[in-house]
Design a protein around this ligand. Structure first.
Ligand SMILES: [Zn+2]
Length: 180
């Protein structure tokens, strides 16, 4: 956790957005920690945690490069891990919430619906691929038999900042490759 984040939390600033709950920033910080782990591994930094009964039951970060699996998005991994942990104690992931630092893509949004998540909390919007309100809105599509309430913009600056920083560093490294 970075100093300015702790200061922010302690100051209790962070005007709450639509549907935001007091616990949301704390859990989003945990998702951010996962995103930073991804960055350390050279992965696009997106992190997610699944919360059930007020506890984190699964955490994951994007691993598409390392695993060479294009479906290894943070949300997919977090949902699979949560399902393993909860194994049958709940129907799918009913009653669970997912916190993710970047708006889920179409694949992950589909998984969120199939998991029957109770709530989805998003950090930064993804205008290029977001399927939870940006390009389309799969999780709140009236035609589907399950819809997931969405809270957007929790720690938005921090969540988009970690992505911006990652791509800035990557561009700089491409321009000036390290000599060794
Ligand atoms: Zn995805």
């Amino acid at each position: 956790m970075q100093a300015e984040e702790i200061a922010r939390l302690m100051a209790g600033s962070g005007a709450q957005g639509a549907g935001e709950r007091p616990e949301d920033e704390g859990f989003m910080l945990e998702a951010l920690a996962e995103a930073r782990l991804a960055a350390d591994e050279g992965e696009v930094p997106v992190g997610a945690v699944v919360v059930c009964g007020g506890e984190i039951v699964a955490r994951a970060h994007n691993m598409t490069e390392g695993t060479k699996d294009p479906t290894a998005h943070a949300e997919m991994l977090a949902i699979r891990r949560a399902a393993e942990v909860l194994r049958g104690s709940v129907h799918r992931l009913t009653g669970c919430s997912m916190y993710v630092t970047l708006e889920p893509c179409a694949m992950c949004a589909g998984a969120v619906v199939n998991a029957r998540l109770e709530r989805l909390i998003i950090g930064a919007a993804d205008p290029k691929a977001g399927a939870c309100g940006s390009l389309r809105d799969i999780v709140r599509d009236e035609r589907l038999n399950h819809r997931v309430p969405v809270t957007r913009g929790v720690l938005e600056e921090e969540c988009s900042g970690v992505l911006k920083e990652f791509f800035r560093t990557r561009r700089a490294e491409k321009k000036h490759p390290k000599e060794n």
